[in-house]
Structure formats: C-alpha cells, structure tokens
Write a protein that binds this ligand. Structure first.
Ligand SMILES: [Zn+2]
Length: 280
C-alpha cells in the first residue's frame, strides 16, 4: 500500500484565521497539497464571520477537507481531582471540550456542530476532539453517529468499522517555551516509528508558522517526507483503508441520518448552554 501523510490544521476559527493563513502559506511553500482543516463552529463562543466561512468554502472546493473540531473548544466542567486537573487545566489549558462530557452533553454538541456544517453545505466526514480527549460518553455518541472517523494522538479510528490504524502524530506545541522544548524530543521519538507506519500525520496549530525555529523544523520534515509519501486528507486516507460501502449516503454533503434537526434545544436540561451555542 502507498505510504501516505496527512497535514491537519487545528483550531480553524475566525480568531485564529490570520495565523491559519500563514500556516497554509507555509505548507504551500513546501508543496501544493490538500490539508484537513479542523473547524470549530463557535470557538470560545465568538460570533460567526461570513467572510471567514466563504474562504473555507473556497478551500473546500480547492480539494481541502473540513472536519469538525469540537463546538466551543472550551471544557465546561470542573476537574475531579489533581490528576484530572493536570489533564484538563495544564495539558489542555481548559480547552479539552469533550474530555469529560456525558453522553447527552456530547450528543448535544455533536448535533449542533453537524447542523452547523449542514447549514453551510459542507460535507462532514470526521470529528477530532480538542486535544484528542474523548470521554466514554463522547466515544459512545461517536460510535452511534454516521461520522466516518475520529483521531487520537496515536491512531485514526474508523467509526462504523470500530477499527483503528496506528498513525503517529507530529505535534509542535508553541503555546509556551517549555512546551516548545518538550515537543522536539517527543517528535524525534515519534519519527523513529514513522518507517513502520503507512500514515503519518502532521498536526499543526495556528501559531506553528510564527516561531522561526519550529517553522523551519516542520517544513524541512514535511519536504523530506513528501519524497516518499503521498499527501492526502484524513477522509481520503480513511477511504484507502476502509472503502465506503454502498448504501445510503450519510456524509456526502447531505444531512447525516442521525441528525434530528427537529430537536428543540431550548427544552433540554442544557438550555442555557445550548442557547449560547446553537447557531442561528
Ligand atoms: Zn484544538
């Protein structure tokens, strides 16, 4: 099988759009390749921007993929203990939105996100949780959905098949100096496994093009890997391993059949949160 790589851009939202464009430009300087853009419908509860959404539509029509990346990118709960505190406050900076959600809370947010994609006419194939943190309830909702894939730090998961493909992720953390220092040895360790893996992921965050050393590092690695691997979106990579079965189309731009648009968010126990979240 062909050896592949996917460039995945996180936290795509109006507040990060200028940085994301610098990132896309840096990727384009290496090669003209398709990427998967992880879009957050209401990033930090900010308002929508039509011009931003129009540019995403243009990227979609140019061969890039848009995938759902949470709904607000904010963890709504409180840590249970100090270990939970490290995971949810220090590691993720309070942004692991799906890290501790119940089934009903996860379903509410996934439905809102899917509906947001549907309203814009964007096909939705995959969901990637902020910081890849998924509670048991979130997994349950994903498996009950018609989404085709999700990813974790170490694998791509085909949801209908309940199978996964080990796939290492190169991640640069530029949020602080200590994170930048730690990311380099980790990525070196990850690169030791690359040769055995059919799919390698470059998981980039908005400011990864703004730190000259980090930018040079990942651009050089990407250029080297493109000599031996073909770039592909995550959705197309999933198709390579788990070809779509004939049957009712659920993700090709139409409404997923589990998406009940008649749901009345104002009647749920999450009314306050939902009224903030749901796109009008
Ligand atoms: Zn994120």
């Amino acid at each position: 099988m062909t050896r592949l790589l996917s460039v995945v851009i996180h936290d795509v939202a109006p507040a990060n759009w200028a940085a994301c464009q610098r990132l896309l430009q840096a990727v384009a300087e290496v090669a003209d390749i398709p990427t998967t853009l992880l879009v957050v419908p209401r990033f930090h509860l900010h308002a929508r921007q039509v011009a931003f959404e129009n540019q995403l539509s243009h990227l979609l029509s140019s061969g890039h993929e848009l995938a759902l990346h949470g709904y607000t990118h904010l963890d709504p709960g409180e840590p249970r203990d100090w270990i939970d505190h490290i995971k949810r406050r220090l590691y993720t900076d309070g942004e692991g939105e799906f890290s501790a959600l119940s089934t009903s809370e996860a379903e509410l947010r996934l439905r809102a996100g899917s509906r947001w994609f549907e309203q814009r006419g964007w096909p939705l194939h995959g969901f990637v949780a902020p910081a890849w943190l998924l509670s048991p309830g979130s997994w349950e909702v994903l498996h009950a959905s018609t989404l085709r894939y999700t990813t974790t730090l170490s694998a791509v998961h085909a949801l209908p098949q309940r199978q996964h493909l080990r796939s290492s992720a190169l991640v640069f953390s530029t949020r602080s100096r200590w994170r930048r220092v730690v990311s380099e040895p980790r990525n070196h360790w990850v690169s030791l496994w690359w040769r055995t893996q059919p799919l390698v992921r470059f998981e980039l965050h908005p400011h990864d093009a703004d730190h000259p050393r980090i930018r040079r590092l990942w651009m050089r690695k990407l250029a080297a890997l493109l000599h031996e691997r073909r770039a592909i979106t995550l959705a197309d990579a999933v198709d390579e391993w788990w070809p779509p079965q004939p049957g009712p189309a659920v993700c090709q731009g139409g409404k997923p059949d589990w998406l009940d648009t008649t749901i009345d968010f104002t009647r749920t126990s999450h009314a306050d949160r939902a009224s903030q979240m749901v796109q009008r």
